[in-house]
Design a protein around this ligand. Structure first.
Ligand code: PEP
Ligand code: MN
Length: 337
């Protein structure tokens, strides 16, 4: 159950309500957003008398929620959440394309890609500076230097920046340089990291863990929401299955199911799902057809020489073609790109 309090509710009133909940043996979790304060009641709420809360003047409404994830559910919020990133809206009618290399490799490299993807219609620039690599001997990312190049690219080209955070120690750094903080598949259940980014005021792009169920994915988002950060973009990036014809299996039905269960924007990453450049466009189009709000696509000016994930990166021409095709699918669905 979630108790929504009206604007201007006093501290005393919040204390009065939380005490009532505690007296009943349940746990109140207070979350004060920019617009309003809500109290999430944890435990078997059936023992509470809903009427006694409804009678309190500052209580705007009470929402019973049966799902284990509360703030993430459509029961809590029916209308789609639209996240604003530096003038770009994600979760609305326009499908947002986030494009760029797997890794930032240098200033010229990232600026050239930023310029090209913007010309072709991308709304944001991606680029990893901290890279989670399977091998400790593989390129690990340029770290702060990479973030500086991203900031330069933003200054010159103007696209908002998405980059991955792997460790709580780097939160301040990411806050300084990027517009959206990505939490990668490998960290989807890094609960201490999720708790920390729940406390910050910056949009989060949360990628689905490689073997996470939809429920586990939404519970991970719930950690961030429960901390007070309401700006989450969910990203389906393929899950591990028994097949070996693609790197992962893009869970197309998962995208449709997520759109039904949650109000949060859902985007698709056809690059890490397919693992091969030739699969990226078909998977991107399928994702749009099934209702995603955006795409995360790896693009490189010279994929053969990319420091990471070259085999799944589109070259600039192929990205242009993806944009043309994606525009047609979006239009057929009454959306724009
Ligand atoms: C990435 O986006 O470059 C990345 C490492 O993705 P994932 O966490 O989905 O593997
Ligand atoms: Mn990658």
């Amino acid at each position: 159950m979630i108790i929504v309090l009206g604007p201007g509710t006093t501290k005393d009133a919040i204390e009065y309500i939380t005490k009532k909940i505690e007296d009943a043996g349940l746990k109140p979790l207070v979350s004060s957003g920019v617009e309003r304060t809500v109290i999430n009641v944890i435990g078997d709420e059936r023992i509470l008398d809903k009427n006694q809360f409804e009678a309190i003047p500052c209580v705007e409404k009470i929402i019973p929620i049966l799902k284990p994830y509360k703030f993430a559910s459509r029961e809590f919020k029916q209308e789609n959440t639209v996240i604003k990133v530096d003038g770009v809206e994600i979760g609305g009618n326009k499908i947002v394309i986030i494009a760029g290399p797997c890794s930032v490799e240098g200033k010229e490299q990232i600026i050239e890609i930023a310029k090209a993807v913007k010309e072709k219609g991308a709304g944001m620039l991606r680029g990893g500076a901290f890279k989670p690599r399977t091998s400790p001997y593989a390129f690990q990312g340029l770290e702060e230097e990479g973030l500086k190049h991203l900031k330069e690219a933003k200054k010159e080209i103007g696209l908002p920046i998405v980059s991955e955070l792997m460790d709580t120690k780097d939160i301040e750094l990411l806050l300084e340089y990027v517009d959206v903080i990505q939490i990668g598949a490998r960290n989807m259940q890094n609960f201490s990291l999720l708790k920390e980014i729940g406390k910050i005021n910056k949009p989060i792009l949360l990628k689905r863990g490689m073997s996470a169920t939809i429920n586990e994915f939404l519970m991970a988002a719930e950690y961030i929401l429960a901390g007070g950060n309401q700006q989450i973009i969910l990203c389906e990036r393929g899950i591990r299955t028994f097949i070996d014809h693609s790197r992962n299996t893009l869970d197309i039905s998962g995208i449709a199911v997520l759109k039904e269960l949650t109000h949060l924007p859902v985007i698709s990453d056809p690059s890490h799902a397919g693992g091969k450049a030739k699969l990226v466009t078909p998977l991107a189009l399928a994702s749009i057809a099934v209702g995603c709000d955006g795409l995360l696509v790896e693009v490189h000016q010279d994929p053969e020489r990319a420091f990471s994930d070259g085999e799944q990166s589109l070259n600039l021409d192929a990205f242009g073609k993806l944009m043309d095709e994606a525009g047609k699918v979006a239009e057929a669905l009454g959306r724009t790109i």
